[in-house]
Design a protein around this ligand. Structure first.
Ligand code: 4AD
Ligand code: MG
Length: 474
């Protein structure tokens, strides 16, 4: 690979061979070749006297080529070694007139429309290598800490969050679905014999495994039909959900903090080249902004800040007091004023707490019961639940979790209050009948972590093929 050729000390003049895609071909002599193994290109020097002109014409940006030659010390600036080519073959031509990825700056909007080719740019290849590394770091962390990886189902019969934001799954022939006498679709005659949907979270199933295997985590795709067209929401996103038996809310916070620090540390140590590239990109963008809007920290400084500092733990009630007494901007007001205890925080409040007031990652806990999901453990005050959200600078909510309601009677009451039929979750209630115990877990939105680690500001740019309202092109 190019990465090996550039990083290893290879004996001078040794024979090497490489396949990749042409980034540029300069002066009919210098090919910059990239194979995805690193941000850097290897320079391949072709002496045009030795090659057929027709062949050289086919060496265009985007073409796939095969080169053999000698790896030699480079005379030019910018690279330590280069290949002096003695064999060149074009494996796949690329018409320079129609190839969308030209050797120039493209807007992210344009590249989104060319999502199938955008990883041939430095920015997107760096982002996706980091995405891969983060994913590996997550598995590594759990593996080293005694967790089992559990695969939660994608098609489910329940609504894990009780929020009704689900995509329906059906095998129905849309031209003639089975109907009942009233002319409505009869799901009892459909493939599964009941209504099913794409999962919004693997948590409920993960709880069943925590209550037998002890420490488990899921890492899979989840789906939400929330029609929010923002830079932080996807209809299909990946979620990591650890779940641990006999662990309470403070234990859950400790786990989440240690886990987040560990995976960020991993990329700081193992993905320096890509991080430095993205950091420089952001600094260049920043220089174009007025002084007051510039970021006080570089990307790498932000990542190090997270690994080196404690997350601030604050109860919802304390946070509300802080927000009520704050003057967030020149107008001294939030757009959405929180005047009552019990209101849900909007992203402007979350960002104020993280970016202005505390200036560090924040864990908010003990939220009002009525703004959180039914499965959260009710506190003795009867009005708050043992929920926790982790807020990150520039991102807002990155993790949501809780200690789970382990008492059968309380859980049944909470389900009844929001009309979740017991028949739908009989298996979930069984956990509270047979050997119930305190247990907790959380969900990390993987793309929000990738956004934080790469400094990308739109969630559509950190997942290969984003799914958002009105958009499933690829
Ligand atoms: O806060 P949420 O909805 O929590 C759950 O789903 C729990 N069942 C997790 C658990 O306790 N096991 O989602 C968890 C995280 C959020 O904090 C956010 O980072 C991410 O998932 N998330 C989304 N990411 C991208 N697009 C969306 N539409 C998202 N919705 C949630
Ligand atoms: Mg949440």
């Amino acid at each position: 690979t190019v990465s090996e050729l550039l990083s290893q000390h290879i004996t001078p003049n040794s024979e090497v061979e490489i396949k990749g895609w042409v980034r540029t071909f300069r002066a009919n002599r210098f090919i910059a070749l990239n194979d995805g193994s690193t941000l850097n290109n290897i320079q391949c020097v072709v002496d045009f006297e030795n090659f057929d002109e027709a062949l050289l014409k086919r060496i265009t940006t985007g073409a796939a080529i095969h080169i053999k030659g000698d790896l030699v010390e480079s005379q030019g600036k910018g690279q330590s070694v280069e290949i002096q080519a003695n064999f060149v073959d074009v494996l796949g031509d690329s018409d320079p007139e129609t190839y969308p990825i030209q050797p120039k700056k493209h807007s992210f909007e344009f590249l989104r429309e060319n999502a199938h080719l955008r990883t041939r740019t430095n920015t997107f290849s760096a982002v996706m290598r980091l995405r891969s590394a983060l994913s590996f770091a997550i598995h590594k962390y759990f593996n080293e800490n005694g967790f089992y990886y559990m695969h939660a189902p994608i098609i489910t019969g329940s609504d894990a969050e009780g929020a009704g934001e689900m995509f329906r799954v059906t095998s129905l022939d849309s031209k003639k679905p089975p109907l009942n006498e009233a002319g409505e679709v009869d799901y009892s005659k459909d493939f599964f014999g009941k209504e099913t949907n794409l999962t919004v979270s693997g948590q409920l199933e993960a709880e069943t495994y925590a209550m037998s295997l002890g420490k488990v985590y899921t890492f899979g795709p989840t789906f939400r039909a929330e029609n929010s067209n923002t830079s932080r929401h996807l209809a299909e996103f990946w979620m990591i959900e650890p779940e641990v038996a006999f662990m309470d809310l403070p234990g859950n916070m400790d786990l989440a903090e240690d886990f987040m620090k560990s995976v960020i540390k991993y990329v700081l140590e193992n993905n320096k080249e890509d991080l430095e590239f993205l950091d420089k990109r952001l600094q260049d963008e920043d220089k174009k902004k007025p002084q007051a809007e510039r970021s006080p920290m570089t990307l790498i400084e932000k990542l190090k800040f997270v690994t080196d500092n404690n997350f601030k733990r604050v109860s919802y009630t304390e946070a509300i007091d802080i927000l009520r007494n704050s003057k967030p901007n020149k107008k001294k007001k939030f757009k959405y004023i929180i005047d009552e205890w019990g209101a849900d925080l909007q992203s402007e409040h979350e960002r104020y707490l993280v970016e202005k007031h505390f200036n560090c990652p924040v864990i908010l806990f003990d939220y009002p019961a009525n703004i959180k999901a039914f499965y959260m453990r009710l506190n003795d005050d009867g009005k708050t639940v043992r929920a926790m959200d982790i807020l990150f600078p520039g991102i807002g909510e990155i993790v949501g979790g809780a200690q789970r309601e382990e008492r059968l009677d309380v859980l049944k009451e909470k389900m009844a209050a929001i009309n979740i039929p017991e028949e739908e979750l009989w298996w979930y209630l069984d956990l509270r009948k047979f050997g119930t115990a305190v247990h907790s877990g959380f969900g990390l939105g993987f793309e929000r972590l990738v956004m934080f680690a790469t400094g990308m500001s739109n969630i559509r740019d950190v997942i290969p093929f984003p799914r958002t309202p009105q958009n499933a092109e690829f």
